[in-house]
Design a protein around this ligand. Structure first.
Ligand SMILES: [Cu+2]
Length: 501
């Protein structure tokens, strides 16, 4: 089959998905697959608190090849809403967890100790990672106490490679500079565990990107976007809802609708959608004169070949976009709101940048060429596989009509080979591939979308869409995952193994 026929087949499958269950979604206005879970606690006014920046974790030791870190997972009490306390599941006591900064070409080992009441699993999202450190969903880290309350209540008793109390995750970081993140990935419990606070940034740096004149230091800002809801006592309110859970409090780096005071200068913003189900279309309000509010410099897997200007940036759960915003385009004193035009009411607001700093000094720039990106040739693909992400009439989220079952591989790619994978959806599904980043070839019969440039590990698919991606599977043999990153869909079985060899 030539590529054109492959594309036609993809569209045909998308059409079938429409006739099955997607028609309502197509006719319905709106841009979320998800259901609002309303807070019981009073929702605070916006723009009252400063933006927190997660602390960078110091290695416990280093040697010639490796940096070693230690993280304790436990229950901590946070102050998120005024006057209330929020018990959270945290990495080292904070939400987001501490930021780890690794260097490309140097190994990082993170020892996680589990003082939670339930077993956990850590996945480094975007890491090119051997199977035994990738956070396979039943490779449980048992609590130090030895008692997994979740198993005791009858769920998730499946286990594979179980660690008692702690586990060392080893990351080779044979990959370019990128904004990665780590979060819980336990089978059937990822959505509640991340909602309760188990997420943090993991940045990779390299010489090539360090040599670029991009904004740095305190003008290089990670922004973890996540919506949450709160019970009357201030605790995180959570209930598994089939379409995905939407909160009614917008958090950025764990704070509700925060404010960042900025200089009239360029800033590098590392945008991460860490929400369970919410999609964002971010815009600046007011827009800067001349447009191109956001100059995108990187996607999930690292720098783009060339910068791309956008008036808006769309992010589905799991995705990262790095953008440069030049606040010198605004009059000093301007209050610039970051808004989500996919949402309405209070959730339309995200955070605010106040251009109140006085330091106009700025030797940064965005070069016309950022990185050399090899282009993967789909003509060299040795296999083309189709994965349909859809809801069965019974209501289960499936991949190719199958609910997730550990050990059942839906694909068996050979290491070193290029493959073309086609994803076909019924509703919104952000599809995440572990192990290797990919390049987007097409959406339906058309060119890739405005947000598909560069190395991706998560692709945001709309209802009844068919997309083609190309990747080369490299380095590590074992079982890895392909899944929807709407965390409720993931927990409700929209996940599949693939086995590399
Ligand atoms: Cu999904």
């Amino acid at each position: 089959m030539n590529r054109r026929n492959l594309l036609r087949a993809g569209v045909g499958l998308a059409g079938a998905a429409v006739l099955g269950t997607g028609l309502y979604e197509l006719l319905k206005p709106g841009s979320q697959t998800g259901q609002l879970l309303g807070s019981e606690a009073p929702i605070p006014p916006a723009f009252q608190v400063p933006l927190p920046i997660p602390a960078v974790l110091t290695p416990s030791r280093t040697d010639g090849t490796t940096d070693y870190y230690e993280i304790t997972q436990g229950i901590s009490t946070l102050s998120v809403l005024p006057g209330l306390k929020t018990p959270a599941w945290t990495y080292n006591g904070t939400f987001p967890g501490p930021t780890i900064v690794s260097r490309s070409g140097r190994k990082t080992v993170v020892k996680h100790t589990n003082q939670l009441p339930e077993a956990s699993v850590v996945h480094l999202h975007g890491g090119h990672t051997p199977a035994d450190s990738d956070g396979y969903p039943i490779d449980l880290v048992m609590p130090v106490s030895g008692h997994d309350m979740a198993s005791m209540s009858g769920m998730n008793t499946m286990q594979r490679d179980v660690s008692q109390g702690s586990r060392e995750y080893a990351y080779p970081f044979d990959q370019p500079a990128a904004t990665l993140w780590y979060h819980d990935h336990r089978m059937g419990a990822t959505a509640p565990n991340v909602w309760k606070g188990l997420a943090g940034f993991h940045l990779v740096r390299d010489d090539e990107s360090d040599a670029l004149p991009l904004p740095r230091g305190d003008r290089d800002i990670p922004l973890m976007l996540a919506d949450r809801s709160f019970a009357a006592d201030g605790s995180f309110l959570y209930k598994a809802l089939m379409p995905g859970v939407l909160g009614d409090v917008q958090l950025v780096n764990g704070a509700p609708w925060p404010v960042l005071a900025v200089d009239p200068a360029r800033y590098r913003l590392r945008l991460l959608n860490a929400a369970n189900a919410r999609r964002y279309r971010l815009e600046l309000d007011p827009q800067p004169p001349g447009g191109d509010a956001f100059v995108q410099i990187a996607a999930d897997g690292g720098l783009l070949a060339r910068p791309v200007g956008h008036d808006a940036v769309q992010l589905a759960p799991g995705e990262r976009f790095e953008v440069v915003v030049d606040f010198a385009k605004y009059k000093p004193g301007t209050r610039v709101r970051l808004v989500n035009t996919f949402a309405s009411g209070r959730m339309r607001e995200v955070m605010r940048f106040d251009v109140t700093g006085s330091d106009r000094g700025d030797d940064s720039s965005v070069p016309a060429t950022l990185a050399e990106i090899p282009v993967l040739d789909p003509a060299k693909a040795v296999a083309t596989r189709t994965f349909r992400f859809h809801q069965t009439p019974g209501g289960t989220w499936t991949v190719n009509d199958l609910e997730y079952k550990p050990g059942r591989a839906l694909a068996t790619p050979k290491l070193g080979s290029i493959e073309v994978w086609r994803f076909v959806t019924d509703y919104h599904h952000p599809i995440h591939l572990h192990l290797n980043h990919f390049q987007v070839l097409s959406r339906n019969l058309f060119e890739p979308g405005a947000y598909d440039a560069g190395w991706k590990d998560t692709i945001d698919l709309r209802p009844a869409e068919g997309a083609e991606i190309v990747t080369r599977f490299t380095d590590y043999a074992g079982a890895f995952l392909l899944h929807c990153h709407n965390l409720e869909h993931e927990d409700m079985a929209m996940m599949a193994d693939f086995q590399t060899s």
